[in-house]
Ligand binder design. Structure first.
Ligand code: SF4
Length: 438
């Protein structure tokens, strides 16, 4: 009997990637095989993103391509809540399901491409199917979000915060590490709120009681002996508690904190979590405890009502905060977002001009922070080996979004190796290094 073959297109953020991995793990457990081309597939699943308009268009195009090249298409993911829009453009799709609807997707696959009677359960590796390279993996600790930032529709797509019990998260982390993963990237919509919905309930890992709470998770993950990187952390007061773990080298001295703005007025209009915290003095204190701390953030310029004075406050914040890595977007309205109804939209040309000024100011800061690393010895993790040498990442660099470390000539290294290097050069984004023992 022929194995049913699935093609899978995964779009969107790391959180969507984790959803894709879950769906694939389930299908693979049932005996489906995963194939890399439309032509080889009996059916294609497209996991979409609906966060901003550009992502919606990309998702609709991906659905169109899958229909042209294969013809049997099931759509899932964030865009799934806008089924009428998908059907208006692509009436032939077999089924549309929303984000976080694993069972529904799997049922739709069963309906249109039945599984074999005797599932090849033993073909499934215990760590599940990973779409990231084997040496790093995203660890999703919760779904949804209790906040209602006015520019964001994620809570309406994914619902309120639902945390996974800490025992379950730790068991998954342990399996990943046993399968060779060297770096765990903790993701969610709001990592520091982990466990709030469960009232920080006690759960068990290896027979040991642990509270379902951000600090306890960080401390337990630190015991696994791999890099642990925290993403999407909001600066609630209890975030201070994990900084000593970073200073002691237990988890990576890295915090991805989406600040989005620095003007109190704009943050209020955005309804941002933890907006009232005094960020600059917190950052100073964190760096005092952990001088190695790397801070990454994202910002939005041109939010409705942003005045030149608000924007200048943001630039002054950048100078003071000296963040290591920063992403910035101009505000663009997302269908269904509350911010669309705010008065005083900022003209496009002003948004673009502010973006350029922001990026120029931050480029200098990022470059000087990287320059200060020249001459330092550090351990890096190899992501890729090419003809000229190895491409690695330092503790300061998350995959896909931050910089890289190029080690010329180190072609003997393998993907997933640790290497001791000395940084010798830097540009605005990346570092060049040689092996410490050469
Ligand atoms: S914290 Fe705000 S931006 Fe982040 S998912 Fe929740 S509502 Fe959206």
């Amino acid at each position: 009997m022929k194995t049913p073959r699935i093609g899978f297109v995964s779009l969107g953020c790391p959180k969507a990637l984790v959803d894709s991995e879950r769906i694939l793990t389930k299908l693979r457990a049932e005996g489906y095989s995963l194939v890399p081309t439309y032509q080889d597939a009996d059916l294609v699943v497209v996991n979409t993103c609906g966060f901003i308009d550009a992502a919606v268009e990309e998702s609709l195009e991906a659905i169109g391509e899958a229909l042209r090249e294969n013809g049997k298409v099931i759509v899932t993911g964030c865009l799934g809540v806008r089924e009428s829009e998908i059907r208006a453009r692509h009436p032939q799709v077999l089924k549309v399901t929303g984000a976080h609807a694993y069972e529904e997707v799997v049922e739709a696959v069963h309906e249109h491409l039945p599984p074999l009677h005797d599932p090849f359960v033993d073909l499934l590796p215990p760590e599940g199917i990973k779409l990231t390279p084997r040496h790093y993996a995203y660890l999703k600790i919760s779904e949804g979000c209790n906040h209602r930032c006015t520019f964001c529709i994620i809570p309406s797509l994914r619902g309120n915060l639902v945390s996974r019990p800490i025992g379950e998260v730790m068991a998954e982390a342990e399996r990943l590490v046993a399968a060779g993963v060297k770096e765990l990237l903790v993701v969610s919509q709001d990592t520091s709120a982990y466990g709030v919905d469960l009232k920080h309930r006690t759960d068990f890992w290896g027979g040991r009681p642990l509270k379902t709470r951000f600090y306890d998770l960080a401390k337990a993950l630190a015991e696994l002996g791999v890099w642990v990187r925290m993403h999407y952390v909001y600066p609630y007061p209890h975030v201070d508690d994990v900084i000593p773990l970073m200073a002691e080298g237990k988890i990576l001295p890295y915090l991805d904190i989406p600040f989005q703005h620095a003007s109190a007025r704009i943050l209020k209009l955005m309804k941002r979590p933890a907006a009232a915290e005094n960020i600059l003095s917190r950052i100073a204190e964190w760096r005092r405890i952990c001088p190695e701390l790397v801070l990454r953030s994202t910002f939005i310029v041109g939010f409705p009502g942003e005045t030149e004075a608000d924007f200048e406050q943001l630039l002054a914040f950048l100078q003071e905060a000296q963040l290591d890595r920063v992403g910035c977007f101009t505000y663009s309205p997302v269908k269904g977002a509350a911010a669309n109804n705010l008065p005083d939209p900022v003209p496009e040309a002003v948004k673009e001009e502010r973006l350029a000024r922001f990026m120029a100011a931050q480029a200098e800061i990022s470059a000087s922070r990287l320059q200060s690393k020249i001459g330092r010895r550090e351990t890096v993790l190899v992501d890729e080996v090419v003809e000229e040498g190895a491409v690695a990442r330092s503790r300061a660099d998350a995959p896909e979004i931050d910089g890289q470390v190029f080690i010329d000539g180190a072609t003997h290294l393998k993907v997933g190796d640790w290497a001791e290097v000395i940084f010798e050069e830097a540009d605005d984004h990346d570092l060049w290094a040689h092996l410490a023992d050469h």
